[in-house]
Design a protein around this ligand. Structure first.
Ligand code: BG6
Length: 487
């Protein structure tokens, strides 16, 4: 018998910058993700090892991107053209039985420059119809307000999130969204993976790292601004929506000690705090935890708080917690441990007990159960798995993909959620990443595919862009229809 709650939210997730395309249509301004460069002559190592999340935007590359008006070397500018294709894609989502769909709203469609006097009505109308179409198909909406992309003008004029001005501009953007979509959107996330600032400076906080004199200071000050922006969004949701449907989202780095040596165990606790708990603690408990003090001292970081910041954080904590979960990691004080390409943080220590994906990410379904238990133990708030899935090289043959490896991966992760529910965790939903093939975020390729729906488009943007069901489509359809029982 299935132990998933009756109203469990089985879903799928994407992000606007990786899917929409149409970068210069509908009055949209250029976004920071539209500026990430990809050279189709790069080899596997360059793409998947060097061009990972950790690679930063360079001043010259940013200038070149601003001057370039086409999408040839900028895959995010074309995505999978979800902007035009969404009516057909939603038909497939309905056939799949999705209960909820997570996507992000593109700030530069709503405010092309981020600081415009008034919002772009055409951008708002796009989301009116996208959201209505989802609702007509009985699919709930999980909207991310910022998933790594902001209008480029906010970098040119203000320097990205290091500037406190962005809080005010973000608040204005959020107010427009809440006013317009409060009755149609079911769940809100102000920030995708708010901990990204530390491992992906461009994606997380839109700063050009090589221009920063004291990068750690910039990073933590920017994170502070995002915490305040998040608290302001929570405050606005109380005032304008009143449904307790706003959450936090962190890239979950579940960390195991490399050995049972007490030093490794302590290192694990420290890494876990710095990479994950810090963010959840501020947004769920409402204050900066004392364990951050030694790190700030070591890095010579001094957070500049304004009067009222602490109170704002304390009074505006989130209603639920969500996270992306792809892989676990290892902490050790022993530097001879084997290294793997890890997940979005680049190289990490390899776990000898786990197999790896095509891209070196450790495959660890038990890690999902552990993550869910740890978070529920600590916060006692409803949990939502906002991202989880397998990026793989798919072989497209006879109009389908026989992706038994993806089915295997998903099955094990569904079992892990079921076990966590048995353990007593309050889990409300699961939005599989990315339900349809999209441009991958770290390497910017199409051939790192996650979907149960195949999109015929390659790394250079060539192909028919037609959609096909993979074998995993029927598997997920059955899983949803049986509420997680038939897997
Ligand atoms: C998450 C991001 O970190 O990982 C997504 O929120 C991203 O945007 C996903 O796509 C998987 O990473 P990648 O690099 O394989 O696309």
């Amino acid at each position: 018998m299935s132990n998933f709650p009756k109203d469990f939210l089985w879903g799928g997730a994407i992000a606007c910058s990786q899917a929409d395309g149409a970068f210069n249509e509908g009055g949209k301004g250029l976004s920071t993700q539209d500026c990430r460069y990809f050279d189709s002559n790069w080899d596997f190592n360059t793409i998947y090892k060097k061009n990972a999340y950790v690679s930063d935007m360079k001043t010259d590359d940013f200038k070149k991107a601003l001057a370039c008006k086409d999408d040839k070397d900028y895959p995010f500018r074309r995505g999978i053209d979800f902007y035009h294709e969404y009516p057909n894609d939603i038909k497939l989502f309905k056939e799949l039985g999705l209960k909820i769909f997570r996507t992000s709203i593109c700030w530069s469609r709503i405010f092309p420059n981020g600081d415009d006097d008034s919002p772009n009505e055409e951008g708002l109308r796009y989301y009116d119809t996208l959201f209505q179409t989802l609702k007509e198909n009985n699919i709930k909406i999980f909207a991310t307000i910022m998933h790594y992309d902001i209008p480029v003008n906010l970098v040119i004029k203000y320097g990205g999130w290091k500037n406190r001005k962005l809080i005010e501009l973000f608040e204005r953007y959020v107010e427009v969204l809440f006013t317009r979509y409060k009755d149609i959107v079911d769940y809100w996330l102000p920030f995708n993976e708010i901990n990204a600032a530390r491992f992906a400076h461009w994606d997380g906080i839109s700063v050009i790292a090589e221009e920063e004199e004291h990068l750690d200071q910039t990073v933590f000050q920017s994170i502070h601004h995002q915490f305040i922006a998040n608290a302001k969004a929570v405050a606005l949701s109380k005032k304008l929506i009143g449904k307790n449907n706003i959450g936090a989202m962190v890239a979950a780095f579940t960390i195991y000690p490399g050995t049972c040596k007490p030093e490794d165990v302590m290192q694990t606790l420290t890494d876990q705090r710095y990479s994950n708990y810090f963010y959840f603690d501020v947004m769920a408990r409402g204050y900066y935890p004392s364990y951050m003090r030694p790190l700030f001292e070591k890095l010579n970081v001094h957070i500049q708080m304004e009067k009222g910041d602490e109170e704002l954080l304390r009074n505006n904590t989130v209603d639920f917690l969500s996270f992306s979960y792809y892989a676990s990691q290892i902490a050790t004080v022993d530097e001879d441990f084997e290294i793997t390409t890890g997940n979005m943080t680049g190289a990490v220590y390899a776990n000898p007990y786990l197999k790896k994906s095509d891209f070196g990410w450790s495959l660890d379904n038990m890690g999902l159960r552990i993550t869910l238990n740890k978070l529920y133990d600590r916060y006692q708030l409803p949990l939502f798995v906002a991202e989880n899935g397998l990026g793989a090289f798919d072989k497209f043959e006879n109009e389908t993909v026989r992706d038994t490896y993806r089915i295997e991966y998903l099955k094990k992760h569904v079992e892990a959620m079921s076990d966590a529910i048995n353990d007593g965790v309050h889990l409300i939903g699961y939005t599989m990443w990315g339900i349809i093939d999209i441009v991958s975020c770290g390497p910017l390729t199409m051939d790192k595919r996650y979907g149960v729906i195949y999109v015929d488009r390659d790394n250079e943007g060539k192909g028919t862009n037609k959609r096909y069901k993979k074998d995993s489509f029927a598997w997920y359809q059955k899983c949803i229809a049986s509420n997680g029982k038939e897997i």
